[in-house]
Design a protein around this ligand. Structure first.
Ligand code: TYD
Length: 201
């Protein structure tokens, strides 16, 4: 088993339907085959706060700032109880969403972006953030049979995508066109991760 001196945090971001979950799983399988200790995780989590959030995303009853606070609370528990110990022990963590989801989604829902950043300021900075970029039409087609929650609506996702792209360009995140065939996208992702692993060995 290959364990790094210090673990790394790789984060997938993007609008609903971009393919984050598929690519996170494929990346996990590949890294395991390469002999690394990997853990795959996601936000909202399956913990108490994450489950509470999911229920309210369906019911659309909470104020957007309340959701921002809940997402931040879910992230705090996730970071302290899972991410930090795993990083300390040299694991590679792949997270399906992290802080950028809060900044982009809750800002698109009218919450002040600086305030969102401030309530998340203790969060880890990812070693690699990959934005899987897809147009909203493709994303909606991919989700066609799914029961839609609060955020899975055309105009809203257009706003989220715009914020994601602006922030990714400013922060230097890796942007991958996720409309290409799955394995083509995955190869691009693996190239980025291979570079990161070389740096961290
Ligand atoms: P999603 O990744 O779709 O989770 P799942 O597939 O397990 O239901 O996340 C649920 C929704 O929550 C999604 O529309 C994005 C949104 N979200 C935020 O608005 N802010 C956040 O901080 C996070 C983590 C997610």
């Amino acid at each position: 088993m290959r364990r790094l001196k210090r673990g790394v945090l790789i984060v997938f971001e993007g609008i609903d339907g971009a393919g984050k979950t598929t690519h996170a799983k494929l990346l996990e399988e590949w890294l395991r085959k390469e002999g690394y200790v990997v853990s795959l995780t996601k936000e909202p989590t399956d913990g108490e706060i994450g489950s509470l959030i999911r229920g309210h995303l369906r019911r659309k009853d909470f104020h957007p700032a309340t959701l921002a606070l809940l997402f931040a609370a879910d992230r705090l528990e996730h970071t302290e109880k899972e991410l930090k110990p795993r990083i300390e022990s040299g694991e590679i963590i792949i997270s399906d969403r992290y802080v950028e989801s809060s900044i982009c989604y809750q800002a698109a829902d009218g919450v002040d972006a600086e305030w969102i950043e401030s309530i998340n300021k203790w969060a880890l900075s990812a070693d690699l953030t990959i934005l899987l970029d897809v147009d909203v039409q493709t994303a909606m087609k991919r989700m066609k049979d799914k029961v839609k929650d609060r955020y899975e609506e055309w105009g809203f996702l257009e706003r989220v995508r715009k914020i994601y792209l602006e922030r990714a360009r400013n922060k230097g995140y890796s942007i991958i066109n996720a409309t290409s065939p799955v394995m083509e996208v995955q190869i691009e992702i693996r190239k980025l991760v291979a570079c990161l692993m070389e740096e961290k060995q």
